[in-house]
Design a protein around this ligand. Structure first.
Ligand code: NAD
Length: 551
């Protein structure tokens, strides 16, 4: 019986499959499970609570085997992490189509999901775990950096120097928070209940130091803040206990947010439970655990509201903690906003979102070449240039070298075509996989996150991610995925993803031009339709056709 083992994608220019489209899917699947990349690779868990890349090890082996022999006019179908069929299609069709964690509306809750998961019928795909385009903590770093920059611009005169942020969760995504704050020159205390996550972030260069106690954390943080010196401090503890204690003692906190895995109550440590007992307790008594976790989240959110009342800038960072706290009976849970309406929506109106690419060669020089190409392509964009330079200096790659880079409508296609030309000319040594997070401008319906407080009230309309997936299939993407429940949990989101391979051929160039125009184009039309003036202006300036604006 196949079981856990270390997985690592092949490097270099030699194919182990029948073509680069298949090879890219294979390497990115394997890369998602590389111990350097995945949070818990032995359980096939990549990030975000239990977000997995394959349902079980047998399914993983079957996907690897199938990709190794898949022809250029065939498509492998993946149903929640298990390969269920291979069909003849054509060369413009995706080589892989994935549907993860989808349940019919009335059944779309954690209880039913877990029942089906236990029967071996489904898996939780999160966003980029089950769609094979997770690139480690860097994947969220630029978005987190931009969010904290927006906070700095709005409230603190453009810099976080001299401010103190309090947050929790140092997992796959949350681990980006300390570096994002220090990149904005601020000081941050990050509460985390798993000591190994604190060590991992220090080892990867995302977190600076670990404090011995709450007092020690506050002392280190206030000293650095007073000296206007950036510093990130990890503090071992349960956020539902530490935040109320910090509030009680009037800790001088300026900004509060959270990235514990609150979207999944079985992945949030309740007060009074030892971290060492968490997994067994959650498995043995899921209902009791859920209730205790939700009660703890209510205390956690109550403290966040307390900080807000005391004048701090407080926001939900996309983990559904407000929803869980409200379920537990805390009525003021939604008094503070989610980060998308607060800081990110104007970017979505321009089709901007977490575009990224990975070098299939494994050679960091290929990413350096793409960084340079981005600087050449968009010389007028200063904040982009600042990001690319800072990322080049401070981001350590996990697994295959990769770069996250928020680009908008009219930009992603230019980058894609340039990269493809560079692969063709040999400037880049092997093909690149170009994809994105599902947390994008036009690919997700998620009323507690990406589509919270839409101008026209269309928060829960889920036609958009379905159209997005169909558009990407029709435009030539290499693999396309349609998921449920990512980020915020079962019943709360539907979202789609795509990855397209730049292999240096003319055909890939044509596919990239279409996909990387149409995919962000969905973001522009989504926001035009909802009545956003900025999206309307972008559509008019950049020639996005919207029938209801014509005639
Ligand atoms: P993860 O599961 O890798 O990490 C969560 C961390 O929270 C773990 O290290 C866990 O030990 C810690 N934790 C759990 N309960 C705790 C408690 N009571 N006190 C202190 N620490 C606790 O998840 P992740 O990938 O880092 O994602 C975190 C959350 O953010 C998820 O809910 C995810 O869906 C959401 N998310 C947000 C964004 C965004 O853009 N804001 C993007 C992706 C994911």
């Amino acid at each position: 019986m196949a079981g856990p083992r270390p997985v690592r994608a092949p490097r270099g220019t030699e194919l182990t499959t029948r073509g680069w489209q298949q090879e890219a899917a294979l390497r990115m699947l394997q890369n998602n499970l590389d111990p350097e990349v995945a949070e818990h690779p032995d359980k096939l868990v990549v990030y975000g609570g239990t977000g997995k890349a394959a349902r079980d090890w047998r399914s993983f082996d079957a996907m690897v085997r199938t990709l190794q022999t898949l022809k250029a006019d065939e498509t492998m179908l993946v149903q929640s992490g298990r390969p269920v069929g291979v069909m003849q299609t054509h060369e413009w069709a995706p080589r892989v189509l994935l549907a993860n964690s989808n349940l019919v509306g009335d059944w779309a809750n954690w209880e039913e999901f877990r029942r089906l998961e236990q029967l071996g019928l489904t898996m939780y795909g999160q966003m980029t775990a089950g769609s094979w385009i997770y690139i480690g903590t860097q994947g969220i770093l630029q978005g987190t950096y931009e969010t904290f920059s927006a906070v700095a611009a709005r409230k603190f005169g453009g810099t976080l120097a001299g401010t103190l942020t309090l947050t929790a969760g140092l997992g796959g995504m949350g681990g980006a928070q300390p570096l994002a704050v220090t990149m904005n020159d601020g000081v941050v205390i990050c509460v985390e209940c798993d000591p190994s996550r604190i060590e991992r972030r220090i080892e990867h260069g995302y977190l600076d130091v670990r404090a011995d106690s709450l007092e020690h954390a506050l002392q280190l943080a206030t000293e650095a803040r007073d000296a206007r010196r950036p510093l990130s401090v990890g503090l071992l503890g349960n956020a539902a206990e530490v935040l109320p204690r910090m509030l009680e003692r009037d800790a001088p906190i300026d900004i509060v947010t959270d990235q514990t895995s609150a979207h999944d109550p079985l992945a949030y440590l309740p007060v009074g439970v030892d971290f060492a007992d968490m997994a067994d307790y959650a498995a043995e008594k899921p209902a009791e655990f859920t209730q205790r976790a939700q009660e703890s989240m209510a205390r956690h959110v109550e403290a966040m509201v307390g900080f807000m009342d005391a004048g701090a800038e407080v926001f939900d960072y996309g983990n559904s903690i407000r929803g869980e706290a409200r379920t537990a009976g805390y009525t003021r849970a939604f008094d503070f906003p989610g980060f998308v309406p607060a800081y990110i929506r104007p970017l979505f109106c321009e089709g901007k979102g977490p575009f990224r690419w990975a070098a299939l060669s494994g050679d960091p020089k290929d990413i350096a070449a793409t960084d340079k190409a981005i600087l050449d392509l968009f010389p007028e964009n200063e904040s982009l240039a600042r990001w690319i330079r800072m990322a080049g200096e401070r981001v350590r790659f996990q697994g295959l070298p990769a770069r996250i880079c928020w680009l908008g409508y009219g930009e992603r296609d230019r980058a894609g075509e340039r990269f493809n030309d560079m692969v063709a000319s040999g400037e880049i040594s092997a093909p690149l996989a170009l994809g994105r997070d599902h947390l994008d401008c036009g690919s997700v319906a998620s009323p507690y996150r990406e589509t919270e407080s839409m101008l026209d009230g269309s928060d829960a309309i889920a036609d958009w991610p379905l159209l997005n997936a169909m558009v990407n299939v029709s435009s030539g993407a290499s693999w396309v995925s349609l998921h449920h429940g990512g980020g915020v949990g079962m019943g709360r989101s539907i979202h789609a993803g795509q990855v397209t391979v730049a292999d240096g051929t003319a055909l890939a160039g044509e596919k990239l031009r279409r996909v990387l125009t149409n995919d962000p184009g969905m973001g522009v039309i989504r926001h035009v339709d909802a009545g956003y003036e900025r999206a309307d202006a972008v559509a008019a300036e950049r020639g996005v056709r919207v029938p209801m604006r014509e005639g």
